[in-house]
Design a protein around this ligand. Structure first.
Ligand SMILES: *Cc1c(COP(=O)(O)O)cnc(C)c1O
Length: 378
């Protein structure tokens, strides 16, 4: 088996999806499973669908194309704003996209008409997180214009919080969102199918019972993939947090000083790190680096290990406390944050190994599953 690799437990993802779907269903919401964090990995999307999500949302056309090519049959949602330059591809690839620009809607309208199709859109509203979305005061005039466009149907209203500005979902901003939805429905005498106002950051608000009723769709990524809500990154109750584990191999293991020797300038990343002299220690060098992961987002599963740092291709681990238990060639295991997961999924140097029943039907695999070999801890 080559290393490094990411093990992907499809059964755990399916379990997480089922947990999130039933929680959301109990609060009147369907769930769109979001796969952008795993680069549209078909095995993961399949596990989400088995777990009951009603659609798959992704931010990249390449990912949606990969899912379709792998034979997944479900509604696909483009959750990143479509580029004006790609209106034709969007209409071709998905039945529904999230939008905030009239010029893009016009292009989508033309693209849909050329194909004799209808393209559904969810209009995004910015409630203060300052990522994508129409500002509340501009929404009514925007909808008035959008309704004139043939080939386009306004399927709903959406909003996204806790992403750029870290704005926490509250009963206030959710009430404002629901009021906007109602205002659109009454002003234009129309029914919005989707009031898509939740993501993984909404868990606590919903669980607390303070979420105003009316949101009927949640777009959930991290809650399913990593079993976490995203306001405090606490576990989403009933889910597991270890569906993804990173494994990297020890290339070198030596006693070395804790402070670099010689006059010092910048490191490989233009930084001047500070070192504390802790004497000599056992240092393991592993075959994964900043090119493959988000360094602050990984943590060794073995509590005797700690991360010292990384260059683009090497991870440097303090193995002093694990002395005698590690050898060159061993594989060490790490948990991943969402950012680290996305980086590892994007890196072509990190192999993706599906484990669990249903594994291996799609996506790249280079071993038969279930060979944890000498990785530790097990
Ligand atoms: C990424 C994304 C989501 C999913 O967010 P999570 O916090 O992973 O649940 C939902 N909606 C949009 C528009 C997104 O970009």
């Amino acid at each position: 088996m080559t290393s490094p690799y990411l093990s992907i437990d499809l059964e755990k993802i399916e379990h997480n999806a089922r947990t999130v779907v039933s929680f959301c269903a109990a609060h009147g919401m369907t769930v769109t499973g979001v796969t952008k964090g795993v680069c549209g990995h078909p095995g993961v999307a399949g596990a989400m669908l088995r777990g009951g999500v009603c659609a798959i949302g992704d931010s990249r056309l390449e990912n949606i194309a990969r899912l379709r090519a792998a034979g997944l049959r479900c509604p696909f949602v483009m959750i990143r704003l479509p580029p004006l330059s790609a209106a034709d591809q969007i209409v071709e690839a998905v039945a529904l996209s999230l939008n905030s620009e009239l010029a893009v809607l016009e292009a989508l309208s033309q693209a849909a008409r050329r194909r004799g199709r209808r393209h559904d859109v969810v209009l995004m509203v910015d409630l203060g997180d300052l990522r994508e979305g129409i500002l509340p005061d501009d929404l009514v005039p925007f909808v008035r214009e959008a309704l004139r466009l043939p080939g386009i149907r306004i399927a709903g209203l959406g909003t996204n919080l806790a992403c750029f500005g870290g704005v926490v979902p509250s009963s206030d901003n959710m009430r404002q969102f629901l009021q906007l939805a109602r205002e659109i429905e009454t002003t234009f005498c129309m029914k919005l199918d989707q009031v898509s106002g939740a993501n993984s950051s909404h868990y606590e608000l919903i669980a607390s019972g303070h979420a105003p009723p009316g949101i009927n769709n949640a777009r959930i990524g991290e809650g399913i993939l990593l079993g976490r809500e995203t306001v405090h990154r606490g576990p989403w109750p009933g889910t597991v947090q270890d569906a993804f584990i990173l494994h990297a191999e020890v290339l070198e293991l030596k006693q070395k000083p804790s402070v670099p020797v010689g006059q010092r300038g910048e490191d490989a990343y233009g930084e001047t790190p500070h070192f504390v002299d802790a004497g000599n220690g056992e240092r393991a060098i592993l075959n994964v680096g900043r090119e493959d992961i988000y360094l602050p987002g990984i943590a060794p599963l073995d509590s005797h290990l700690s991360i010292i740092g990384a260059s683009s291709g090497y991870l440097i681990v303090d193995a002093t406390a694990a002395r005698g238990n590690i050898s060159v060639g061993d594989r060490l295991a790490f948990s991943l944050s969402y950012s680290a997961l996305t980086a590892a999924m994007t890196s072509e140097y990190v192999k993706k190994i599906e484990i669990g029943p249903g594994a291996g039907h799609s996506g790249p695999t280079d071993v038969s599953h279930g060979d944890p070999g000498e990785e530790r801890p097990t």
